[in-house]
Design a protein around this ligand. Structure first.
Ligand code: FRU
Length: 486
């Protein structure tokens, strides 16, 4: 490994970001979501609590707001909410990762921070990433910031395997290291493989944790972790599955399943379902906190959509961190409690002021806002009611389809996603708006909808069309903007 060349390439990328970050046009740039100071971001990588703080790395192209040879960007935090940008951790520098340091994960061991990631090498002409040689590689850091590459540790058993990536690592109570990652086997079927190691350098294939289901030819970015009740969650990002009704309508879909794990075999106990029902949510990665919570974070964007901030020199962000719990066969995601520290002002809207009759009411024009309220659809006669953000978003209860619908109405990205609701129940909404992003937690995190939008009018309006709607316990918070000038 040529460590000197790696450090030179990392320094070159850091210098480029420092010299160009002032060119970023911040009209749509997140105020409290994490995004790089310049350039492109996709999957979260190496999410962990190590050496006394939280670390999040991410797929990063620092030279443009487009996907390119992947580096690992890096930020740290003590509270999961206020992030400090760090130097880029990895740059493609060796033959085995010459076309990108693809996704992977991290673990603290022996007082050092280890990352295991996929080295990506295109075998045909540059640009065709489907014919590639992918291997799992290791790197280590003593200070948690600067990394030394340790080389390839897992190679495909068979030549002709082109998708072989995204290792997620953990260590069990006996001290054994495990990784799971996705592969497309020679029959062109997706599977999730598990390898184990005693020393991080030597790995053995021990089982196929998941085989192809429903035409998935590859499972990107698997994550595998224990939640309460000794259940295990297998989080996957399958490629190649077709839409079904209101679900799986994004280019790539993040799916989860809960079940049991005997060390080799995963036995599902819940159905495989789409984790987030909005437009922009992919490639989740989770970690455990020192106080025992399981927190997940995702890439807030979607492959093959118009990336409308290219010209602004940034593209994409990570979602807010979410706490996972398992109850009655279902996984719940809640915004981490640390997010409450962002609240700077609280407004409560009276019952009289939150009862609309074919009317609208402006709530705020703050681009960093949190809202909570509940509705009982059975009590409301209006045809549609909910909130609007400028001319970009309508999030509404729809009497005809009995759904909560996220309608992105920006004319250059118009599209909706809908979530079927039990119309006889009361439903709680917890909403975070951040300049060009909206994350909605429904019924204590039973469902979520995450979407980006592209208009600059941030007026948040409550509305009810063709009838009456009552919004209960409506509270609005102004939020701090820690990432806007970071
Ligand atoms: C998922 C993914 C991963 C890969 C990375 C490349 O979004 O395609 O499978 O490692 O992005 O940036």
């Amino acid at each position: 490994m040529d460590q000197k060349r790696h450090q030179e390439l990392v320094s070159k990328a850091n210098k480029f970001v420092a010299e160009h970050m002032n060119e970023v046009d911040k009209k749509l740039y997140p105020h409290y979501h994490l995004t790089p100071r310049f350039g492109w971001i996709n999957d979260p990588n190496g999410f962990c609590y190590a050496l006394g703080k939280y670390h999040i790395f991410y797929q990063h192209y620092p030279y443009d707001a487009k996907w390119g040879p992947m580096h690992w960007g890096h930020a740290t935090s003590t509270d999961l909410v206020h992030w400090e940008h760090q130097d880029i951790a990895l740059a493609p520098s060796e033959d085995y990762d010459r076309d990108g340091c693809f996704s992977g994960s991290a673990i603290e061991y022996d007082g050092k921070l280890y990352v295991i990631y996929t080295g990506h090498k295109v075998l045909v002409e540059a640009g065709d990433d489907s014919i590639a040689r992918e291997v799992q590689a290791l790197a280590v850091s003593e200070d948690g910031i600067h990394f030394e590459k340790l080389g390839v540790v897992i190679e495909p058993e068979d030549e002709g395997i082109h998708h072989f990536r995204d290792p997620k690592i953990w260590r069990d109570e006996t001290g054994l290291f495990h990784v799971v990652f996705g592969a497309c086997n020679l029959k062109h079927e997706g599977e999730i493989r598990q390898y184990t190691s005693k020393d991080l350098m030597h790995w053995d294939l021990v089982s196929i944790v998941k085989e192809m289901e429903d035409n998935a030819f590859m499972y990107e970015c698997p994550d595998f972790f224990e939640v309460n009740d000794h259940k295990w969650v297998l989080a996957t990002s399958p490629m190649g599955q077709a839409p079904v009704g209101y679900t799986r309508n994004n280019t790539s879909v993040n799916s989860w399943q809960a079940g049991t794990f005997d060390g080799k075999k995963f036995t599902p106990e819940s159905k495989l379902y789409e984790v987030d029902r909005g437009h922009d949510f992919y490639a989740t990665q989770s970690t455990a906190t020192p106080d025992g919570r399981r927190i997940v974070i995702a890439w807030q964007n979607m492959w093959k959509l118009p990336f409308l901030t290219y010209g602004d020199h940034w593209c994409g962000c990570l979602t807010l961190p979410r706490e996972i719990s398992y109850k009655d066969g279902h996984l719940y995601q809640k915004p981490v409690r640390e997010l409450q520290s962002l609240r700077t002002k609280e407004y409560k809207v009276s019952a009289a002021n939150s009862c609309l009759k074919s009317t609208i009411k402006t709530l705020t024009s703050n681009a960093a806002t949190e809202l909570t309220f509940s509705v009982k659809p059975a009590d409301n006669g209006a045809e549609q009611y909910g909130i609007a953000i400028g001319n970009s978003i309508r999030l509404f209860f729809d009497r005809q389809t009995k759904t909560l619908t996220m309608f992105r109405c920006d004319l250059n990205a118009t599209s909706y996603r809908a979530l079927e609701l039990d119309w006889d129940k009361e439903h709680q909404l917890h909403i975070f708006i951040d300049n060009s992003s909206i994350e909605v937690f429904i019924d204590g995190g039973h469902d979520t909808m995450t979407t980006n939008f592209f208009g600059t009018d941030h007026t948040v309006t409550l509305y009810a069309t063709n009838g009456q709607a009552q919004f209960h316990d409506l509270t609005i918070y102004d939020l701090e903007r820690p990432m806007f000038g970071a």
